[in-house]
Design a protein. Structure first.
Length: 274
């Protein structure tokens, strides 16, 4: 089985043999590319060659063969704005909100296209030109493809610099998610040893925590020394913030400045109220 077929199957959540927009968005995100709504619309337009609103395995495999397959889906702000206006315009004439424009609705669209100098052919010829799969209706993909063909809509790729910024932003988001999970794990771990639910770990409770830290090679300090290191304010009680600060010093967690401080304050208040 080809790699493209394996990947396709992983994201075909409902097993219908095609990827809808949500499934394709999940695939892109899993591969490190978070696309905007406009970029997704453009991506589906590019891949969905038969205009049925989904990406078949064959269509997916054709796209998978291309170089820079993901990068070509990303659009700069100006192209995203063009697509946004195009989609809004299309929806205006899709009066029954079916997702396509039938011959009756096209009468109004054709009149407006002629008025704006975008079409010079007759109603029937224009409909035939846009209805590429000849199913009697014009989909958004078919309409956008037609605008691109006549040069009215220019879809440009993002610059290398914009793509680099997007990659860094996505990496930051992923790191934030990872840190949030680690923090939640830390909360659960802390609460487990906070047997009386006071929001802090006493000397007696710390005996069990210290034994577990030693077991997991988190510390080589004695019970007394380790308690002293964690109990920063010397109040004979280890607060959650003190515990997380210690984890950060050991490199288990990364503390993102004020954002971390606010999060810890929130969690400490939560622990105190339980």
């Amino acid at each position: 089985m080809a790699l493209s077929e394996v990947i396709f199957g992983q994201f075909d959540a409902n097993g219908d043999g095609a990827l809808n927009q949500k499934e394709f968005a999940s695939l892109c995100y899993a591969k490190g590319y978070a696309l905007s709504e406009e970029e997704l619309s453009n991506a589906m337009r590019e891949l969905d060659t038969n205009g049925d609103g989904t990406v078949s395995l064959q269509e997916f495999q054709q796209w998978w063969k291309t170089d820079e397959r993901f990068q070509k889906l990303s659009l700069p702000p100006e192209s995203q704005e063009q697509l946004r206006r195009t989609i809004h315009y299309f929806k205006f004439f899709d009066q029954d909100e079916s997702g396509s424009i039938d011959s009756g609705e096209f009468h109004h669209l054709h009149k407006d296209l002629v008025k704006n100098g975008l079409c010079t052919t007759s109603l029937s010829d224009a409909f035939a030109a846009l209805d590429r799969n000849k199913d009697g209706a014009i989909t958004l993909n078919e309409y956008v493809n037609w605008l691109v063909d006549i040069g009215s809509l220019v879809v440009r790729e993002k610059s290398a610099q914009q793509k680099e910024v997007d990659t860094l932003t996505l990496a930051a988001v992923e790191q934030k998610k990872k840190n949030a999970k680690l923090l939640q794990d830390a909360i659960n771990y802390f609460q487990y040893f906070d047997r009386d639910g006071s929001g802090g770990i006493s000397r007696e409770e710390f005996k069990l925590l210290h034994a577990d830290l030693v077991k997991n090679q988190m510390t080589e300090l004695s019970l007394k020394e380790c308690f002293k290191v964690l109990d920063k304010d010397g109040d004979k009680d280890i607060a959650f913030t003190e515990y997380v600060a210690w984890l950060s010093q050991k490199g288990v967690l990364q503390a993102p400045g004020h954002e971390m401080d606010a999060f810890l304050a929130q969690q400490k208040a939560q622990l105190r109220s339980t």
